[in-house]
Every structure is written in structure tokens, then in C-alpha cells.
Design a binder for this molecule. Structure first.
Ligand SMILES: [Zn+2]
Length: 235
């Protein structure tokens, strides 16, 4: 089983690793990795795997049958190889900032209006955020964007840690996603924005709200009676 270093330290940009297996010449499993596999609304990392002077581009990372699989652009890596992994940090850091921003906005909206989050998709340049709320208009949303931006100027730490599932599920609002069932594992990873939000989450986040910067609304859509879709971006 690969050690997922990004779950403990989201700021690791490089690591050494052993190649544990290679399938079809291009799906590489490592003994440990800094690459985030697509999931939970956060896209996969990209970057490079270096073997001595050879470079393999990591074009996609996914989780298959519990294994983190790195798709590389060409054949050549073999089981037992010693490699050096390098993250496309610029992309990852943007995703960390926007993921934390999405938690802030979700938390404010859910707490203030009773909205339910129904979907969340981060991209490098924008975030899609779906929620369900009947009483709604553009001003309400602008208001919550402003509230989020005020919080994002503050020196507020963000922490992540594991809790036994039973204990974690006692935290109000710890599972924000409507219909989302917590994974069938004994411990849940909690991402806590101190004093603002606690959420069960496997994603990568910044350590302080100040790192996010500000966010800007791009567009909104209404999808039926109470389903709202919002796009925002980092500024
Ligand atoms: Zn999240």
C-alpha cells in the first residue's frame, strides 16, 4: 500500500520513492507519493518522475482498487527502480488555495442559510460549486462571497488530522455533501478551519486562510427550483 504523503504534508513538492509496480508500461505504483489522485472534487496532480537523467511526465493520477496509480507518458519504468518525484507545484498550490476557499464558502452558506452542498468540482482556473437552496437571489450570494472574502483576509490556521469515525460523525456539519456517506474506514480525516469549519475531507489545503487570497464570482446558474450552480475563481 502506497504511503500517501500529501495527506500529512500538502506542502511537499518532491520526494524519493521506489517503483512498486508498473502495469501496461504506463501505470506506475510507488511505495510513497506526493501526487494527489483525483477524487472528492479535486483533480489529480501532474508533474514528473525522474529516474537518473530520464524524465517521465505524470499526466494523471487516480485511485484504482485502493492503489494510487500514476499514469506516465512513456514506457521505461520498472518495478524496483529508485525514482525522484516532482510535483507541478504551481497547479497544486492553486488547487489547495481554491479547495480551502470552497470550504469557507460552503461553511458560511450552509450555516447561514441551511443550504445543502450537492456538488463541488475544482479546476485549475475555476471552482464549480452546487448547492440546494430555495430562498435565493443574487444578492444573498454576493453577500456570502463578501463574507468569505472578509474571512480570507484573516490569520486563521487550517489543520488536518484523523479522528475515529464515531467521534468524527458527532461534529455538526462534518459531512457537508448531501447524500455523501463517509467512507467505510475506521478513521476519518478532518480538515479544520479553526473557528470556521470542520469537514471530513481527503483533499489538500493551505495552512492559513491568508494564503488563499480573495475569490471572485464568475457566474451563477439556476438548475430547477432549488438547485444553484456557482462558479468562482481566485483573484
Ligand atoms: Zn473538500
Amino acid at each position: 500500500m502506497t504511503t500517501a504523503l500529501y495527506l500529512e504534508d500538502s506542502y511537499l513538492k518532491e520526494c524519493d520513492a521506489w517503483v512498486a509496480s508498473v502495469k501496461d508500461d504506463k501505470y506506475v505504483v510507488l511505495d510513497q507519493t506526493i501526487f494527489y489522485p483525483k477524487g472528492g472534487g479535486q483533480p489529480s496532480d501532474t508533474g514528473k518522475i525522474m529516474k537518473e537523467d530520464e524524465t517521465y511526465e505524470v499526466v494523471y493520477v487516480g485511485k484504482f482498487a485502493g492503489e494510487i496509480s500514476h499514469e506516465v507518458d512513456r514506457a521505461g519504468l520498472k518495478q524496483g527502480d529508485r525514482i525522484h518525484a516532482i510535483l507541478n507545484w504551481e497547479r497544486r498550490y492553486k488547487l489547495m488555495r481554491s479547495h480551502t476557499a470552497a470550504h469557507v464558502l460552503a461553511s458560511l452558506l450552509c450555516e447561514g442559510t441551511g443550504a445543502l452542498v450537492t456538488g463541488n468540482q475544482l479546476e485549475e482556473e475555476k471552482v464549480r460549486f452546487d448547492f440546494s437552496l430555495e430562498e435565493y437571489n443574487q444578492e444573498i450570494l454576493s453577500d456570502y462571497m463578501d463574507k468569505a472574502n472578509t474571512l480570507l483576509t484573516k490569520d486563521i490556521p487550517v489543520k488536518w488530522y484523523w479522528l475515529p469515525k464515531e467521534e468524527a460523525l458527532k461534529i455538526p456539519g462534518v459531512v457537508k455533501m448531501a447524500e455523501a456517506l463517509p467512507p467505510d474506514i475506521p478513521n476519518l480525516r478532518i480538515v479544520e478551519i479553526v473557528g470556521v469549519d470542520k469537514q471530513a475531507d481527503g483533499g489538500t489545503h493551505v495552512r492559513n486562510l491568508k494564503e488563499v487570497g480573495q475569490i471572485k464570482l464568475l457566474k451563477t446558474q439556476n438548475k430547477g427550483k432549488s438547485n444553484r450552480r456557482v462558479y468562482f475563481t481566485l483573484v
